[in-house]
Design a protein around this ligand. Structure first.
Ligand code: GCU
Length: 459
């Protein structure tokens, strides 16, 4: 509870300070820009529906529990499906019994389904990225001296100079370290001027902040990095003809199986890892990835598709992340298929909000976790009381639990139970871990537990 409060407060204080200093014109400019983005996103969404020959979609439920069309939060109504796709049964109906069959036959089948229908295909010939260290400075983070590098990954845009793309990244490693260190890289949110956080109740203001996640890493002698996904792919449909997706498409709209923002963000994380492989301060075999919410989804996608990431800390990823798509609880496929969120996914994903249904999906989220196997994945959620039910904590737990058979086939350990545990129970004995902390929409309070889990692999 305490830590989530600290986290929230830090956010709120930042937001309130920003608001106090913010002139009205900044807020107005922000709202005007948002209106244009919304209109352009709706237009792009519409052209994708035309490509898919879809005329109508089922609307998703509301995230507001008071609304007449509020999302279902009644567990007895949550499982309209009778079965999930089996990660260990081939398309031809044969059972997978060896690791070789997994790697050579079944895994490629699952990847193909995720590529075509869910997250989209990453283009074959992607431009090169050249990393530049913009600045390097020695500084203190709490009690810890660190070397912080600010980096830019310049994307070669000679094929289409009208679009310029730079990946923004920072890396901090302990200044006193004599050997390469493990690094956790976080997907960092960046809010435009004029953006406002919702206000939590004033009674939750704490007295002093706990060690930040960065300081917890430094205390172990590890480093941290932050990558800013919106520096190379915008978080809206209007941006799909720009950023790395737009650059490769030469400013043209996507085809239905082209990559969406989640895969684009994951591509950037892989390029950051390319850089880490060249930096002597980093042990590139021990780099993990962390993210919350939409970046929790991106974290799961990154881990599934990039075998060089050693561990993942998937925060409140919800629908489109590791929550079972077929579960009727909290956010639904229909929400993600709508014009505000479809850009995360392949255009083809929209089909499952009409005429198809989530039950028609060829894969489900447990198979995304299975694609990460045998590498360790920690699935994190907040409390329904504070975070709400939109993310569907149990749906995310099941995403990890049903991936278990694949971990076991590969000689690793599953979560150890199919029973959704009480809040604050750490399921960390297997290679897929789960913990629901008692705070809000943050990974904050789960960092200490995640680090105990990560210790087993990194130390
Ligand atoms: C919305 C969205 C979620 C997403 C979240 C976030 O709530 O519906 O899918 O995870 O925003 O990124 O904060």
């Amino acid at each position: 509870m305490k830590s989530s409060i600290y986290f929230l407060t830090a956010l709120v204080l930042t937001a309130l300070t920003a608001r106090a200093q913010e002139p009205d014109s900044t807020r107005k400019a922000f709202l005007a820009a948002q209106a244009i983005i919304k209109e352009q996103s709706e237009k792009d969404h519409k052209q994708m529906l035309e490509q898919l020959h879809i005329t109508a979609l089922r609307p998703g439920p509301s995230g507001n529990p008071e609304a007449p069309n509020a999302a279902n939060v009644d567990e007895s109504q949550a499982s309209p499906y009778t079965r999930l796709p089996d990660p260990l049964v081939l398309k031809n109906g044969k059972k997978v019994t060896t690791a070789k069959q997994w790697w050579q036959q079944r895994r490629p089948e699952i990847v193909e389904d995720f590529d075509r229908e869910i997250y989209g295909r990453v283009p074959k010939n992607l431009p090169k990225v050249t990393w530049e260290v913009i600045s390097e400075k020695k500084e203190m983070n709490g009690d810890f001296p660190v070397i912080t590098k600010t980096l830019q990954g310049h994307v070669d845009n000679s094929s289409y100079p009208a679009i310029k793309v730079d990946i923004e990244l920072t890396l901090s490693t302990p200044a006193n370290s004599t050997s390469p260190v493990p690094v956790m890289m976080s997907y960092g949110f960046r809010f435009p001027p004029g953006f406002r956080m919702p206000n939590p109740p004033a009674t939750t203001l704490p007295a002093k902040p706990e060690p930040t996640w960065q300081q917890q890493l430094l205390a172990k002698g590890w480093g941290y990095a932050v990558i800013y996904p919106t520096s190379y792919q915008a978080d809206n449909g209007a941006g799909l003809t720009k950023g790395i997706i737009g650059l490769v498409n030469k400013g043209q709209p996507r085809k239905p199986d082209d990559w969406g923002a989640l895969r684009a963000w994951a591509w950037g994380a892989s390029r950051a890892l390319d850089y880490f492989e060249t930096d002597k301060a980093v042990d590139a075999r021990k780099v993990g990835i962390e993210g919350l919410s939409r970046y929790g989804k991106a974290t799961a996608v990154t881990m599934a598709y990039e075998p060089r990431f050693a561990i993942a800390f998937v925060g409140s990823s919800g629908e489109g992340g590791v929550k079972i798509h077929r579960r009727k609880f909290g956010e639904q496929v229909e929400n993600v298929a709508a014009s505000g969120e479809y850009h995360w996914m392949a255009g083809n994903f929209i089909k499952y909000a009409g005429p198809l249904t989530p039950n028609d999906l060829p894969v489900d989220a447990h198979e995304l976790v299975a694609l990460c196997a045998p590498r360790p994945v920690f699935i994190s959620s907040g409390s329904p009381k504070v975070e709400g039910n939109w993310v569907d904590a149990k749906g995310m737990f099941l995403g990890g639990a049903y991936a278990g058979p694949v971990y076991k086939l590969l000689g690793r350990k599953d979560m150890g139970t199919m029973e959704f545990p009480p809040i604050e129970t750490a399921l960390v004995d297997g290679d897929v871990a789960f913990r629901q902390h008692s705070g809000g929409h943050t990974t904050g309070p789960n960092w200490p537990t995640f680090l105990l889990f990560a210790d087993r692999y990194f130390n």
